[in-house]
Ligand binder design. Structure first.
Ligand code: NAG
Ligand code: NAG
Length: 496
């Protein structure tokens, strides 16, 4: 009884399934026909507008296929790209990029940047081998996405190249020869190369030949959920332009999860920011000599976990090479056995960051300037090796211009605290009390402000005064001997 019921149910579900399949098929067919009709009309329209610009310079037989299905999605497999990663797919990928570049556009973004209307180059989840950098045919476009697959450099990929190269291509001249209005627009002088290019869901394997992504003089570039590995130069290079946002990404020269035997030999820089107003958020850097190199202003690093190369092996988590004008914020990050170096920091904020494994911050004097530095509310953890949480590198000369430097409220376990604000209490029975702050204060021989209170029991109300503030030692004297506690607070921070 039960068996026949089940069988009946099965048959019914099969009939229903078949029926829905038929319906779907008809629907799909009709949809395709309608789409084809729409596309043919649309194409007709565009052709009458600007005929030469819409025809790809070397149309592959399939290059018109993607536009039949969806005018703005270019599937690289339709261009003959090999998703198994065996055959070289450079030409196919460049073909899709060129078609997107020449595809329909909708006015402009910033002046001189043609709006490609959200065109997508879809990698169809494949793994592609390329032997040359992927570049757009020319500068001057925006609102384009490349996403969804793996790109790997071949063994003869140029070692100074980047897998995805958003620079102003050197083949600009070739494009300039075409006299279509659209290309003229695309080449019209914008002060930026590209705007709103999105690189998303990509694994970029540089095969130890060159870099991953170069973003040159571009505006509002988005690099999201990418995994960059096997780079020898930079994982991501950002030069000039503004607002490259790198987020939810993983970068490592070698694929490792820490404690790698070859860590001493890690080289390269995972993210190199030679520009302003960029942001790196929720990014893990798991191997490289330098995690993030910053030499432009107003960059923000948040949620960056660096375990790229331990300080003990010569690595640096974040290197701020902008002496005299740093303007960098590092927040909510995780420096894991590798630290931060800041040259002549001027406006630098480091907070809510966890330093593990004796990781520390170095302020490196170039011209002796440290101004507007907040290192507050961080956690430091080490192995009782006496490592100081903030250190000065004065090998090029001492810090001379120190103002508004605040190192305070950091909690420390197994390392030596350093601060610019400090408190001590001194107990004594006599007429002089000395509070020695050398162990804790960051800068030698610098105390700008002192506050103290003298606490004594009994019937004596002595005269007392602050007598000497030299070499980070504070001396308080009374006019007579007495047992007392003296509480002293000092500050190196504010010059004014
Ligand atoms: C402080 O020193 C004086 C003189 O040496 C001594 O008489 C007194 O008992 C001391 N008081 C305390 C609290 O140690
Ligand atoms: C302050 O103390 C230093 C030693 O720490 C000494 O050389 C200097 O003469 C003292 N200054 C005064 C005004 O007593």
């Amino acid at each position: 009884m039960e068996v026949t019921m089940a069988r009946k149910a099965l048959i019914w579900s099969m009939i229903l399934g078949l029926a829905s399949l038929l319906v779907n098929h008809v629907d799909g067919d009709q949809l395709q026909k309608m789409q084809a009709l729409k596309d043919s009309l649309a194409r007709h329209d565009s052709i009458s507008l600007a005929p030469s610009s819409l025809i790809s310079p070397s149309p592959s037989p399939t290059s018109l296929l993607p536009s039949l299905k969806n005018p703005l999605v270019y599937h690289v497999t339709s261009y003959g790209a090999d998703p198994t990663g065996k055959a070289d797919s450079t030409e196919a990928l460049l073909g899709a990029i060129a078609d997107a570049f020449h595809g329909p556009s909708e006015g402009f973004l910033i002046e001189g940047i043609t709006n490609l209307g959200g065109a997508q180059i879809n990698l169809d989840g494949g793994n592609y081998l390329i032997s040359r950098p992927l570049r757009l045919p020319a500068a001057g476009v925006g609102n384009l996405m490349i996403h969804g697959g793996t790109i790997r450099a071949s063994d003869d990929f140029p070692t100074d190249g980047y897998l995805i190269d958003l620079s102003s291509a050197s083949d600009k001249k070739i494009e300039a020869n075409k006299d279509s209005s659209m290309n003229a627009n695309k080449l019209s002088a914008s002060s930026y190369n590209y705007e709103y290019i999105t690189l998303k869901d990509l694994l970029l394997d540089s095969n130890y030949r060159g870099g991953g992504i170069a973003v040159i003089n571009s505006l509002r570039t988005s690099i999201d959920n990418c995994y960059l590995t096997h780079f020898t130069t930079n994982g991501i290079l950002v030069q000039s332009g503004h607002e490259t946002y790198i987020r939810n990404s993983f970068l490592g020269q070698h694929i490792t999860a820490g404690g790698d035997h070859g860590e001493r030999k890690f080289s390269g820089t995972a993210i190199n920011l030679i520009g302003n107003d960029n942001s790196v958020t929720d990014v893990v850097i798991f191997s490289a000599s330098i995690g993030v190199m910053v030499s432009g202003q107003a960059n923000l690093l948040s949620g960056v976990h660096c375990y790229n190369k331990a300080t003990g092996f010569g690595g640096t988590g974040i290197y701020l090479r902008l002496p005299g004008l740093t303007q960098t914020r590092i927040v909510n990050s995780y420096l894991d056995y590798t630290g931060i170096v800041a040259e002549d920091p001027v406006q630098l904020h480091i907070s809510n960051t966890f330093f593990l494994g004796d990781a520390y911050i170095v302020l490196k004097s170039i011209n002796g300037v440290a101004n507007g530095v907040n290192i507050v509310d961080n956690m430091f953890s080490g192995s009782n090796n006496g490592v100081e949480i903030v250190q000065l590198d004065q090998s090029k000369g001492p810090f001379k211009k120190i103002d508004q430097v605040i190192v305070d409220r950091n909690n420390v376990k197994g390392m030596n605290i350093k601060a610019t604000v400090a408190r001590l209490s001194v107990q004594g029975n006599g007429s002089s009390w000395t509070a020695d702050f050398n162990k804790i204060l960051l800068f030698p021989n610098l105390i700008r402000h002192v506050q103290y209170s003298l606490n004594t029991l009994g019937n004596i109300f002595p005269n007392h005064a602050l007598r000497n503030v030299t070499k980070n030692r504070v001396v308080i004297e009374a006019n007579e001997a007495l047992p007392a506690n003296v509480f002293v607070t000092v500050d190196q921070g504010n010059g004014s």
